[in-house]
Write a protein that binds this ligand. Structure first.
Ligand code: KG4
Ligand code: ZN
Length: 338
């Protein structure tokens, strides 16, 4: 079964053709990052406009690269939540148009479910249940993946998402938006013991996260140094910060897995590209004798292949949308679990 998948929830216009959930025939991503970088973050109105300008070409390119026309497609999948409303609506409207004009089924896909599904593309042998650490620009969750379409969120962030924290710290250290990958690169050259940053305390659930205190600690370090006319070695600050994030993410995930009895762990979301997080979680899982699954780097950030993969499982579970499909800015994974 071939699914044409569309993703436009943030600043990448993406389209993919995916066969039987895991066989990626094409995967086209048109990124807008260069333009948003001028403003230090994603400007929603610009994102919507750029999606509208590029979506036709991106979809056509995905069909061409897959070597099939629309007649070879069995269903259309589209990200409908969560994300920037104006951005989501471009992909949704285009997908609805395709579904209406071709009579093919329309499958609504949750963006975070898509990130989790990226693991099935890279590791078709992975089967739920497992525990997944989802860390992206907008979300930080520890999720029990009960089956391919049902989730139980056991931990969540109380403030900033992990990726947001990476980007804000990167900005403070003088790196361009989105700075996660620059922190990653800088951290490889820095001393992780150079600075001591706090592990934030979180009231409530012991698997929950809080990153705003950590972000503030880095900002304070930089501002204090500036006031005293001192220099910060930014590679050292990046390495110390990244190590602290890794300790927090890995510590909570291992605790949740032990408590809930999981020996299979997944990693997903844009921050899953971070080499420090990948290595730290791998080492922790190796120590416990657990199996860790991570997406290939090309499927960590936003892409439509992951939406095509999740769309396949959603299709098998009977999920369908009609022409009334709308975008939803915020929608928990649990609300879509049926
Ligand atoms: O999942 P994603 O592509 O978009 C959202 O759904 O939010 O995640 C984007 C986030 C950004 O904050 C970006 O800086 C971060 O993922 N990111 C990284 C790395 N690559 C991307 N963070 C740390 N290290 C990286 N190598
Ligand atoms: Zn994402």
């Amino acid at each position: 079964m071939k699914i044409l998948a569309i993703e436009s929830s943030c600043d990448e216009t993406a389209c993919a053709v995916v066969e039987d959930g895991v066989n990626v025939l094409s995967n086209i991503v048109a990124t807008q990052i260069a333009e948003h970088r001028l403003y230090g973050g994603v400007v929603p109105e610009i994102a919507s406009r750029r999606h509208a300008e590029s979506i036709y070409q991106v979809v056509q390119s995905a069909l061409d690269a897959a070597g099939c026309g629309l007649e070879g497609i069995d269903a259309i999948a589209v990200t409908y939540a969560p994300g920037l409303i104006g951005a989501l609506l471009v992909g949704i409207s285009f997908a609805k148009g395709l579904a209406l004009s071709t009579g093919k089924p329309l499958i609504p896909v949750h963006h975070i479910a898509g990130h989790i599904a990226a693991n099935y593309i890279s590791h078709p042998e992975l089967k739920p249940p497992y525990l997944c650490l989802v860390v992206s620009g907008g979300h930080s969750h520890i999720v029990e993946v009960l089956d391919h379409t049902r989730y139980h969120v056991v931990g969540r962030t109380h403030d900033d998402a992990a990726g947001e924290c990476f980007d804000k710290v990167a900005r403070t250290l003088g790196y361009e938006y989105p700075g996660g990958k620059f922190i990653d690169e800088a951290a490889k050259k820095g001393n992780p013991d150079a600075y001591k940053f706090p592990h934030p305390k979180v009231d409530g659930c012991e698997y929950d996260f809080s990153f705003s205190g950590l972000k503030t600690a880095v900002i304070n370090l930089v501002h204090n140094a500036v006031q005293k006319g001192q220099d910060i070695v930014r590679e050292d600050a990046a390495a110390s910060f990244q190590r602290t994030v890794c300790e927090i993410l890995v510590g909570k995930t291992v605790k949740a897995a032990k408590d809930l009895g999981y020996k299979t762990i997944g990693l997903a979301g844009g921050v899953s590209a971070n080499s420090g997080v990948r290595n730290a979680l791998q080492e922790a899982c190796d120590r416990q004798g657990w199996k860790l699954y991570m997406p290939e780097l090309k499927y960590c950030g936003d892409n439509a292949a992951m939406i095509g993969c999740q769309g396949y499982f959603d299709y098998l579970a009977g999920k369908r949308a009609d022409q009334s499909l709308n975008g939803i800015a915020t929608l928990s994974l649990e609300k879509i679990s049926v």
